[in-house]
Design a protein around this ligand. Structure first.
Ligand code: NAD
Ligand code: IPM
Ligand code: MN
Length: 360
């Protein structure tokens, strides 16, 4: 198969982890006889420095003609520490999602058995947890009207959903549930928010088209609690942009670390694949970031955008193999991890590539 993949390393550890994600894709191409070509484009802080635009036109036009996108992360302490700055790295990511119509963000929460003890949650609560989040990605308070008034003494962000936005992601979630454990938990705040009442109404309607799928509705506050109390009770979780952002960072603790969670952003055009984590300023440049979220994002890319199931599975098996052999980056290590099994970012990439060769 001949495909073009555009890499957007972005900021901070985004650069470090996408290097490993790309190497894994190159290895897959070599082992399975594909021809993947790669190009790069700028987004985030670096793009602002060069062009004063977090998503330059040149980047956007490259993205519109590529077959798939592997994205790292954006964000920089300069902006996090100065809320008055008007041009910000995260705007590049949001604009990219909107421009490319990437309205469905799939965030699988997969606990590798080998990491059962890496989490701060008790193993007997965690074992077997397997959740697929559908986070709506181009609506909600992220994209509603925002502004300031009253001489900068008042600020607002409009939380807004349109029926069609809820319908299209709900269909995706119900379809996915049909080939899983046939349960959708829709999360909202319908006891307070009008936009959530529309959300619940539309999800109830869509649910009628999927009689084989059980639907339940939970409020965001209690869902946040139940996620940790009994993660196995969730199968597919369907939720809005803001609630999905927060709940999936929480759910990363079910998988052991932010460094383990991959995601796919899909819509009607090209697919974008990225870790759920950010640019992690606290560890940038130390070479210790866990690249597995990016590597697992590469697996989602092969599966969803290219339909290469065998190749996608090979990556997951390689990750399992390396974890089973006891190798860990610092975020997933525990007191029992021997010193000689502690890996930096590049060493983890090396081992996955080596493991891929061994199993194919
Ligand atoms: P973060 O996800 O960057 O980091 C949260 C914590 O998790 C940190 O302690 C970090 O060291 C750790 N962590 C994250 N990824 C890791 C990995 N691969 N391996 C090991 N540890 C990892 O969130 P934050 O600190 O709140 O945000 C930092 C910046 O990233 C901000 O500017 C924020 O806006 C941005 N951000 C971007 C994205 C994105 O581009 N998709 C997502 C979230 C945050
Ligand atoms: C994510 C991030 C982004 C979001 C930010 C950086 C805009 O937290 O991808 O989860 O809130 O969607
Ligand atoms: Mn987030």
């Amino acid at each position: 198969m001949k495909k073009k993949i555009t890499i957007l390393p972005g900021d901070g550890i985004g650069k470090e982890v996408t290097t490993e994600g790309k190497r894994v894709l190159q290895k897959i191409a070599e082992l399975f006889g594909h021809e993947f070509t790669f190009d790069y484009a700028a987004i985030g802080h670096d793009a602002i420095e060069a062009t004063n635009n977090p998503l330059p036109d040149e980047t956007l036009s490259k993205l519109k003609s590529t077959d798939a996108i592997l994205f790292g992360a954006v964000g920089h302490p300069k902006y996090d520490n100065d809320p008055t700055l008007k041009v910000r790295p995260e705007q590049g990511l949001l604009k990219m999602r909107k421009e490319l119509g990437l309205y469905a963000n799939l965030r699988p929460i997969k606990l590798f058995d080998e990491l059962l003890h890496a989490s701060s949650i008790k193993p007997e609560i965690l074992k077997g947890a397997d959740i697929l989040f559908f986070r709506e990605l181009t609506g909600d308070v992220y994209f509603g009207e925002k502004g300031r008034k009253n001489n900068d003494n008042t600020a607002y962000d409009l939380m807004i959903y349109h029926r069609y936005e809820i319908e299209r992601i709900a269909h995706k979630a119900f379809k996915a549930a049909q080939s899983r454990r046939k349960k959708v938990t829709s999360v909202d705040k319908a006891n307070v928010l009008e936009s959530s009442r529309l959300w619940r109404e539309v999800v109830q309607q869509v649910a009628k088209e999927y009689p084989d799928v059980t639907v339940e509705h939970q409020f965001i506050d209690s869902a946040a609690m139940k996620l940790i109390q009994n993660p196995r009770s969730f199968d597919v979780v369907l939720t809005g942009n803001l609630f999905g952002d927060i709940l999936t960072d929480e759910a990363s603790q079910i998988a052991g670390s932010m460094g383990m969670l991959a995601s796919a952003s899909i819509g009607d055009t090209v697919g974008l694949y990225e870790p759920i984590h950010g640019s992690a300023h606290d560890i940038t440049g130390k070479g210790i970031a866990n690249p597995l979220a990016s590597i697992l994002s590469a697996s989602l890319l092969l599966d969803i955008s290219f339909g290469l199931k065998e190749e996608a599975t090979a990556i997951i098996q390689a990750v399992e193999g390396v974890l089973r052999a006891g190798f860990r980056t610092v975020d997933i290590a525990d007191a029992t991890t021997p010193k000689d099994k502690m890996l930096n970012t590049q060493m983890m990439g090396d081992l996955i590539v080596k493991e891929l060769s061994a199993i194919n």
